[in-house]
Design a protein around this ligand. Structure first.
Ligand SMILES: Nc1ncnc2c1ncn2[C@@H]1O[C@H](COP(=O)(O)OP(=O)(O)O)[C@@H](O)[C@H]1O
Ligand SMILES: [Mg+2]
Length: 267
């Protein structure tokens, strides 16, 4: 959806936010991201806060509520959620500000070890029960080859959307943001999702696979599981690119098809 500046939110929301933060002095719209109707860094009496929000009647509001529900369980590499407001027809989240820039995934980028460290930390987190997380088995059910869906089962907390504008890099650290699709599943799924983004940023499929193998979950996964992932991911992105033929989606579909062309034993 299109993004509006903070000033255009209704007065009732300005009041509700000021109740949380004290007077708001200034607001700057953040770059990147696609779903949030508002994404702004506010300067307030109690310090700075990043606010993202979406109209409460928007189909994506469920994703925003999942993001709020998972926040208390996230590791230190993720910014803290201060508050969640639902008022004036909007759903709003107030976060710790990360003074960073979007990650650069290009080959040789100094951001790559930082992104690796953030994902290593996340790989140890067990998906919390009872908060309405997505399940990897449900998400890949329509795409996994027959008889392979059980490989996606697991109890690791997964992010699954490593688009570079969902990772903010500060001096020495990468922070994972935008938890719209928190998912319970097999741990190797996240390195798999990241490797596709690396290909999109210019890595060869072999280089991206070498990066995925830095994660024990990928190294130790059954070949059949990784083969199921590569084929399901190709089917998923093919469908996404058919629904909307934007250059980015077509590019991702092409990367996924390249991954699926790799012999199972080389994954
Ligand atoms: N905690 C934060 N501090 C500073 N900027 C942020 C923070 N979280 C997100 N942003 C910025 O806002 C953009 C959109 O946020 P994101 O959570 O990815 O929402 P969406 O992609 O759903 O619109 C990010 O790409 C980033 O530039
Ligand atoms: Mg985003």
């Amino acid at each position: 959806m299109s993004r509006i500046p903070y000033e255009q939110l209704p007065a009732s929301i300005h009041r509700a936010i000021a109740d949380k933060t004290g007077t708001v002095h200034q607001a700057a719209t953040a770059p990147g991201g696609v779903n949030s109707g508002i994404a702004s860094v506010l300067e307030t009496n109690s310090g700075r806060v990043f606010v993202k929000g979406i109209p409460a009647d928007h189909p994506q509001v469920a994703a925003q509520r999942r993001e709020a529900a998972v926040a208390p369980y996230l590791p230190a590499s993720c910014p803290r959620l201060y508050w969640h407001l639902e008022c004036g027809g909007w759903s709003l989240l107030g976060y710790e500000v990360v003074d960073g820039r979007h990650a650069d995934y290009a080959p040789g980028s100094p951001d790559l070890p930082l992104v690796e460290a953030a994902l290593v930390e996340l790989q140890d987190v067990t998906a919390p029960p009872g908060i309405g997380l997505k399940d990897a088995v449900d998400r890949w059910a329509d795409y996994a080859p027959p008889g392979s869906l059980h490989y996606f089962e697991g109890d690791t907390l997964l992010h699954t959307d490593f688009a570079p504008d969902n990772v903010l890099v500060t001096g020495d650290r990468a922070r994972l943001i935008d938890w719209a699709w928190p998912t319970r599943g097999a741990a190797w799924i996240d390195p798999g999702a990241l490797l596709l983004q690396l290909m999109d940023a210019g890595h060869s499929v072999e280089e991206a696979l070498a990066f995925a193998r830095r994660f024990p979950s990928w190294r130790e996964a059954k070949t059949e599981a990784l083969a199921a992932f590569s084929s399901a991911t190709a089917a998923l992105w093919r469908e996404i690119a058919e629904v909307e033929r934007t250059p980015w989606k077509l590019g991702m579909a092409e990367q996924a098809a390249t991954l699926a062309s790799i012999e199972d034993g080389n994954l």
